[in-house]
Ligand binder design. Structure first.
Ligand SMILES: Cc1cc2nc3c(=O)[nH]c(=O)nc-3n(C[C@H](O)[C@H](O)[C@H](O)COP(=O)(O)O)c2cc1C
Length: 337
């Protein structure tokens, strides 16, 4: 009710402005380690994945708090884990505005943010200043002006930078808003990136006496042969998990909408089924050897159940939070067996 009221006012304003104001408000009205009054406490439904204990399997998806500017705020909403970022080695402004669009008729969003962020050091400072003690993933990407042939260097730089502070690290090679990024999901570029990441992580693990898990985040726009290849490569790689999926380029489900032709990635309800299919396809191929984090179009407890039934061990939400509000988190957790 209260969230519907907020939405009716907020949806008349610019989406990115609302996003910024909402994060500021959440930051102001939350206390580290205390449940937010808006959501109340969320019960524990602990799960163990990637060797980490999650108080519940519902996480914040990457992109909502790219700079970690509101960690205590999101921590107060009852998430089982937060994925911060995508963060790049150096700060960058992202694409020109406007770059974020609502498609309310479809409970969807199109974004072409382009990894706007203040750089990895800024995120680490925010994390150090926060009082959040829950599970923290840090999602890393490459700078837009790093040539794709040198992408590996950016990922390794970011991996080294966040290694001590992240509970797990996500390698984002599936954003449609950084030119050619998705090419890293293919062929030698993919296998070579995975093996460099694994080698660097192993040497960091030895040096620091602590092995941190690495997850790879993939796109929904992959055919069966590409999924075969990705699953095989992941199983060979020594890496620890896969996140499925990022936003889609496919506009079939929003055809005819005035915003449908905006460049960028589509999220929310129109990507839900495809993301679930990718989770199911991966689950069949990985056969329990590598955990899957399911994300895409979750805006109801039944949608989270679909992802878990398809083989995900954890789920994440982004667009569903915008359309349904933060009580969605507790609603999902309470509906879990
Ligand atoms: C505005 C916006 C920004 C996003 N930024 C990122 C990002 O920086 N890194 C990333 O890995 N995913 C990013 N995503 C993708 C989400 O994390 C998620 O994978 C995708 O939106 C599907 O989930 P959803 O339907 O619940 O939103 C972004 C999504 C949106 C809507």
């Amino acid at each position: 009710m209260l969230y519907s009221l907020f939405k009716s006012v907020a949806f008349r304003r610019d989406p990115e402005w609302v996003h910024e104001q909402t994060l500021k408000w959440l930051k102001r009205t939350s206390k580290p380690g205390k449940p937010h009054w808006f959501t109340g406490a969320v019960p524990e439904k602990p799960v163990e994945v990637m060797g980490l204990r999650f108080p519940n399997p519902v996480g914040l998806a990457a992109g909502m708090d790219k700079d970690g500017s509101c960690i205590d705020g999101f921590g107060s909403l009852g998430f089982g884990f937060l994925e911060l970022g995508t963060v790049t080695p150096r700060p960058q402004p992202g694409n020109p505005k406007p770059r974020l669009f609502r498609l309310p008729e479809h409970e969807a969003i199109i974004n072409r943010m382009g990894f706007n962020n203040h750089g990895v050091d800024h995120l680490l400072k925010n994390l150090a200043d926060s009082g959040y003690t829950g599970v923290t993933g840090i999602n890393i990407g490459k700078n837009f002006d790093t040539p794709i042939e040198r992408a590996e260097a950016d990922y390794l730089l970011a991996l080294r930078a966040v290694y001590d502070k992240a509970d797990y690290i996500t390698v984002n090679i599936s954003s449609p808003n950084t030119s050619n990024l998705r090419e890293l999901q293919k062929g030698d570029a993919f296998t070579s990136l995975l093996s460099s990441l694994n080698r660097t992580r192993d040497s960091l693990a030895e040096e620091k006496d602590h092995r941190k898990p690495i997850a790879v985040k993939i796109a929904p726009d992959l055919d069966e042969a590409q999924l075969d290849f990705i699953a095989d490569a992941l199983l060979q790689s020594g890496l620890d998990a896969v996140i499925a999926t990022n936003t889609t380029l496919d506009r079939t489900r929003v055809e005819g909408h005035p915003r449908a032709k905006e460049t960028g990635g589509l999220s929310g309800e129109p990507v839900r089924e495809r993301s679930t299919e990718v989770v199911r396809g991966l689950s069949r191929r990985l056969d329990g050897k590598l955990p899957i984090i399911g994300v895409g179009g979750i805006s109801h407890p039944d949608h989270a159940k679909e992802k878990l039934d398809a083989g995900a061990s954890l789920v994440q939400v982004y667009t569903g939070l915008i359309y349904r509000g933060p009580r969605l988190i507790g609603d999902i957790v309470r509906a879990l067996p």
